[in-house]
Design a protein around this ligand. Structure first.
Ligand code: AMP
Ligand code: MG
Length: 335
């Protein structure tokens, strides 16, 4: 391949431009995330935000790495899954840049991009993936040329659950990091905590997960006067243990020995340490990429685009977004 591959990520609240060099090596992205002062994310407001900051961020990522637009040899973008209005902005920016530079365009699967940046960064070969982000929660493993979803949330993503709980306490988006620091503060003031009075429902449903009951029950604990830091601790313990349990059964069932974390909630240190404990108990190993590659980022889109370019490109006619694109719809045609 000649030239750098640009990757454009716009599935939700983050617009991000990332790059891989002609050898497919990743370089840090330039990103901007919409953080509403109150309330959740309105897809059209996020799309407007992406339009407003796009030109400046595109220039920024080129400047960060000393590149000119003519150094680009291909343009990759998130084709799905995600919020329609946001995805459409990314796809039209990608079409515009690719057409102007006369270079190939390639639409890629956002979930698969999380997996591939993790494999590349952590040197994993054939992991079970625990993909825990705002909108998605899935346990995934590679089988017969596809990434198969072995278990997933039946309602909201784990990150959305954390963000909603935080919002109800007046904590702005993203709530996950603040919940993590409150949980840590609780352990500092109460080093040997007990679940008494802090029990929550368990989110496991067979191989699937469901988080909305946990959200309601955690709010009830707060309403009944339990301290917020204690509830944050319990919420993390219950939610993360549920995910790790499903991941453990996936490892047991498939015989795979590596666990790979991805998605924004994989930034969480408690999530990481629980995963490590579980994997080591099974004589396996747990891995997580650097935080900048856990959250949504353009670099992972560029990386997957570069991997896929050997086999396909996306025509303008075929470049429409797919809000409901599934992880297992993308054939794995790379090593
Ligand atoms: P993503 O959808 O992959 O971009 O990830 C965003 C989600 O990750 C949001 O729901 C955040 O609240 C969540 N998140 C980010 N950092 C942390 C953290 N340290 N602990 C828990 N959740 C986090
Ligand atoms: Mg994501």
């Amino acid at each position: 391949m000649s030239g750098w591959t640009l990757g454009i990520e716009t599935t939700a609240h983050t617009l991000s431009f990332g790059l891989v060099n002609p050898d497919g090596e990743p370089f840090p992205a330039a990103s901007d995330t919409l953080r509403p002062d109150e309330g959740g994310i309105h897809p059209r407001e996020a799309a407007d935000h992406h339009k407003d900051v796009a030109a400046g961020l595109y220039q920024k990522v080129l400047d960060m790495h000393g590149l000119q637009p003519t150094d680009l040899g291909a343009v990759a973008y998130s084709q799905g899954p995600g919020l329609g209005p946001c995805l459409r902005v990314g796809a039209s920016i990608a079409r515009g840049i690719a057409t102007r530079l006369n270079v190939p365009l390639i639409g890629v699967n956002h979930c698969v991009a999380h997996i591939e940046i993790g494999r590349q960064q952590c040197g994993c070969d054939d992991p079970v993936l625990l993909y825990v982000s705002g909108g998605n929660t899935q346990v995934i493993a590679r089988l017969n040329g596809r990434y198969r979803v072995l278990g997933e949330t039946l309602d909201i993503g784990i990150g959305n659950m954390l963000d909603k709980f935080a919002r109800q306490q007046g904590i702005p988006f993203p709530g996950g990091p603040k919940i993590e620091s409150l949980a840590k503060a609780y352990l500092e003031r109460c080093p040997e905590p007990s679940m008494e009075g802090l029990e929550l429902p368990y989110a496991v449903r067979g191989m699937d997960l469901a988080f909305s009951g946990l959200l309601t029950a955690a709010q009830r604990l707060v309403d009944n006067g339990q301290p917020l830091d204690a509830v944050c601790w319990s919420l993390q313990e219950h939610a993360f243990a549920s995910c790790v349990e499903v991941a453990e059964r996936a490892m047991a069932h498939t015989g795979k020995r590596e666990l790979l974390l991805g998605g924004g909630v994989a930034c969480n240190e408690r999530m990481r340490s629980m995963s490590t404990m579980m994997a080591e108990d099974r004589d396996g190993s747990s891995h997580a990429p650097p935080k900048m590659y856990c959250i949504d980022n353009g670099t992972m889109i560029a990386l997957l685009g570069a991997l896929e370019l050997a086999n396909r490109t996306t025509s303008l006619e075929g470049s429409a977004i797919d809000q409901y694109l599934r992880t297992d719809q993308t054939p794995i045609q790379w090593a």
